[in-house]
Write a protein that binds this ligand. Structure first.
Ligand SMILES: Nc1ncnc2c1ncn2[C@@H]1O[C@H](COP(=O)(O)OP(=O)(O)OP(=O)(O)O)[C@@H](O)[C@H]1O
Ligand SMILES: [Mg+2]
Length: 459
């Protein structure tokens, strides 16, 4: 077989759709962007073609004359895992298109669509493909962010995050960071900036929830003298400050519709105007956004623009909660001990095995931030050169008799259940029959919950 450069395949797009108008429109739009496009009318023809002509991106209709698009998708995922598939659907079949994402499609396009939506998704597909085929860098437990700070983590989930950061950093693609509060979204944004060619320019974070709408516009875009009452002088906005650097929109779900529309224009056109000015200013920034609210839910609720979401989530990175990667806890504890040694001028040898166990059993509703504050507090408030269970707050060590519900962060219902189960197990000294009786559940259910939450059963 002829050898083929990876670059060539990534420029190839296969369109499988029985509507000739749709095929032609897609082909025309993508060929203009430099893609090589081939067309197929049926699922079987599409599968045949991709066997002989591997394509980087496949646009696949949900309804085809000969077979269901989902069936074609299944075969593509099995036989051509490196191709990225985007489904095309009409209104009645949206549910199937959504189901297709669970089966490995990247996204879906609803007919009739704007060419800009198509271009958007194809750009996203190219990034996704790059992530799929690029070679894996060697695993490390630490990713330096600055001289003082680093992202640490050895769990498979964090290793995946590190790999995505490394691959995303050199590009200018927009990144969307999601995850609960305290999981490290801002630190990841800084890591991406540090690993990019923009690292010598500014990293500008803006907390979208903290700014008043009326001020936000002039903060972001700047204003010219006299543009509104009180604008005595021309002011440069944060976008200009971030030029050639990285802009971090923290808690993006809080942006008003007005600012969302303006931001969308900035992302599309890469230029903006100061408030009160007609002059367009060119902008070269990399945008990273974060949200701890599910943006797809925000879209459904009418709070967030879908088109902006697609522009932002070219590279989505999700940060899992700490309770789902307890293997990282000892590493993080060491990392923060080291970090706060200088500040508290106190040296400790480390953490006793028993105390470390308690750290790993605690569900950390406030995630890494809560862990960090806990270590900082212990170093300030407690004596001793080895951290022992008695140095830990009672809700972590469970020493107190009463069941403590509240801690620094908010507690989910699952978090509450986990904590109550652990409390009861501790009270019964790990006697599961007794615990199940007190909880009013049978032993099998208790066993399942112990497994699910990774509860401690020996005391
Ligand atoms: N993997 C990690 N390694 C080292 N430190 C971390 C890690 N994750 C988070 N941290 C630290 O935890 C604290 C909280 O992280 P960060 O501010 O990035 O969280 P966040 O997801 O932005 O939270 P929020 O949604 O509440 O703003 C920071 O001090 C950060 O340095
Ligand atoms: Mg944050």
């Amino acid at each position: 077989m002829q050898s083929m450069k990876a670059g060539e395949i990534s420029r190839r797009v296969l369109v499988v759709d029985d509507e000739s108008v749709v095929r032609a429109a897609i082909a025309q739009a993508l060929e203009r962007l430099g893609f090589v496009v081939r067309l197929a009318e049926t699922g079987a023809a599409g599968l045949d073609l991709v066997g002989a002509w591997p394509a980087g991106i496949i646009l696949l209709d949900v309804r085809l004359p000969d077979m269901n698009g989902l069936e074609v998708l299944k075969r593509l995922s099995r036989d051509h895992p490196e191709s990225v598939v985007i489904m095309i659907t009409g209104y009645p079949n949206i549910e199937e298109a959504v189901a297709s994402i669970k089966q490995g499609a990247l996204d879906y396009l609803v007919k009739p669509f704007h060419l800009s939506d198509l271009e958007n998704l194809v750009a996203k597909a190219q990034e996704a493909r790059h992530l799929r085929v690029a070679p894996q860098p060697p695993a490390t437990e630490e990713l330096a962010v600055s001289e003082l700070d680093a992202l640490v983590g050895k769990s498979p989930a964090m290793q995946t995050v590190f790999a995505k950061i490394r691959r995303a950093a050199p590009s200018d693609s927009t990144v969307l960071l999601t995850g609960e509060s305290g999981t490290g979204k801002e630190l990841v944004a800084r890591a991406i900036h540090q690993l990019s060619h923009r690292k010598h320019n500014e990293f500008v974070p803006v907390d979208c929830s903290a700014l008043v709408e009326s001020l936000l516009e002039s903060e972001l875009f700047g204003h010219v003298k006299g543009s509104f009452t009180g604008a005595h002088q021309t002011k440069h906005g944060l976008f200009e400050l971030a030029n050639h650097g990285t802009f971090f929109f923290d808690e993006i779900a809080n942006l008003s519709h007005n600012i969302q529309a303006k931001l969308l224009r900035v992302i599309q056109e890469r230029e903006f105007m100061q408030v009160g000015s007609q002059k367009r200013i060119k902008l070269d920034i990399r945008i990273i956004a974060s949200s701890n609210r599910d943006l797809r839910e925000a879209i459904k609720a009418g709070d967030f623009r879908e088109d902006l979401f697609y522009r932002l989530s070219v590279i989505p990175i999700h940060l899992p909660p700490l309770r789902e990667r307890t293997g990282d806890i000892p590493l993080l504890v060491d990392h923060f001990l080291h970090k706060y040694h200088q500040k508290s001028k106190r040296q400790v040898r480390g953490v006793s095995a028993e105390a470390m166990k308690m750290f790993t059993y605690y569900p950390w509703p406030g995630n890494v931030r809560e862990l960090e504050h806990t270590i900082e507090r212990i170093l300030i408030l407690e004596d001793g050169d080895l951290i022992q269970p008695e140095h830990l707050p009672s809700f972590i060590s469970g020493r107190q008799g009463d069941f403590q519900v509240f801690s620094d962060g908010e507690l989910t219902l699952e978090g509450l259940e986990r904590r109550y189960l652990q409390f009861i197990l501790r009270r019964t000294k790990g006697n599961q029959s007794e615990a199940a009786r007190l909880l009013g559940i049978n032993r099998k259910t208790l066993g399942q919950k112990i497994q699910k939450y990774g509860l401690r059963t020996s005391f």
